[in-house]
Design a protein around this ligand. Sequence first.
Ligand SMILES: [Zn+2]
Length: 396
Amino acid sequence: MSRPLDFQITATENEARAATLTTRRGVIETPVFMPVGTLGTVKGIRFEELESPELDARIILSNTYHLWLRPGIETIKACGGLHNFIGWNRAMLTDSGGFQVWSLGALRKISEEGTEFRSHIDGSLRFLSPEISMEVQAALGAEIAMAFDECAPGEATREEAQQSMELTLRWAQRSKAAFEVAQAVSLRPPSQDKETQTDSLRYRQALFGIIQGSSHLDLRRESLQRTVEIGFDGYAIGGLSVGEEKGVMMEVIESIAPRMPVDKPRYLMGVGTPEDLIEAVARGVDMFDCVLPTRNGRTGQAFTSRGKLNIKNARYALDQRPLDEDCACSVCRRHTRAFIRHLYQSGEMLASILLTHHNLAFFLDTMKRVRQSIRSGQFAKFRREFTEQLNCGLES
Ligand SMILES: [Zn+2]
C-alpha cells in the first residue's frame, strides 16, 4: 500500500456511497459510525463487546485534548502508544483537540500561534498549537489524525466565520508541515535495516483536513477548495451541530459533501442522531462520530427504531417489552423496559451499561443496514421506511 489509507468505493446510489477503508489495523466498511472513546474508553462498555459480531465497531475515536492532559503523553508513550495502553487493536481516529479547546469558551484565548487555555482538571495554564497537536497525535499513534482547527459558533457573523476559517486554513498548513516531521521522526519502524518503502509506509498515519466556515455556504466552499489544495488523506466537515438550526446543518452538508474529493473519505464531525446520519449519507458522507448513544445511555435515554425512549418515564414501570421491539441486540433479547427502569431508578450502574450497549447496537446496526441498502440499490427505500417508522412514534 503506497498510502496510509486505501479507500475504494464499492457502490453508489445518487450521492450515497458504500466503500471500504483499509487501514494498517483492519478494513472499515463505510458509511461507518465511530463510537467515541474520549479518554481511551468508550464509556460503559468493554472492548470485547465493541469487537463482538453484535456490535463489530471497526474504528473508535479518542480525544487528544483529554489524553494529553491526563494521563499525559509520557505515560502513553511509556506504555507503547495508545493502542497498547488501552488494549484495542482495531483502528482509531484521534481528534486534534481544537474542538475541545474551543468548547471551553471563556477559559481559552486564541492567537495566531495557537490556543491558551486553563485545564478543566486542575486549572493549570496550557497551550495547544497545530505543532503540539501533531506531536501528541503522532505519539498516540491512531490510524487517522486530524488537523488542528478553530471552530466558529453556529450563529457566527460572516466576518467572524471568515476570520475563523482563514485561521483554520493557516493552522491546516502548519498541521500538515508538522505532521510530516512528526511522521518521519516518531513512527520510524523499530528495525531500520533492509527497510523497504512499503514497510516504512505501514507506520505512517493518515491526516484529515477540516472544512470550516460556519453556516455561510460561500465560506464553506472556499474552505473546501483551499483545504483540498493543501492536500490531505481525507476531509472532514467540522463546526456543525454547535447550536445552528438542523435545517442549516443539512444545507451545509448538502452544499459541501458532494463537492468533496470523490476518492477520499468524507467525515462529518460530531453528528448526530440516527436520522441525521442517514440524511448525511444521502448527501454523500462516509464517516461519523457522536457521543449521543453513550452519553444519552447514561442519562436514561434509548434510541429506538420508533424514536427516543426515556426510561425514567413512569409509564415503563410495568412494561414487559424490550427497549426496541425491532432490535435484536442482546439487551433487547433479554431484558424488559420495566427492569431497566428499575435499575435506573435505583442508581445501578447496569442501567447505563445496558442502555449504552443497546444504543451502540442500534447505531451500528443502522449503519450496517445503510451499507447493505446502498450495495443492493435500495437505500432510497430504506431511508423512506426508516423515517416513516421513526415518525410513527413509540406509542403506536
Ligand atoms: Zn437493543
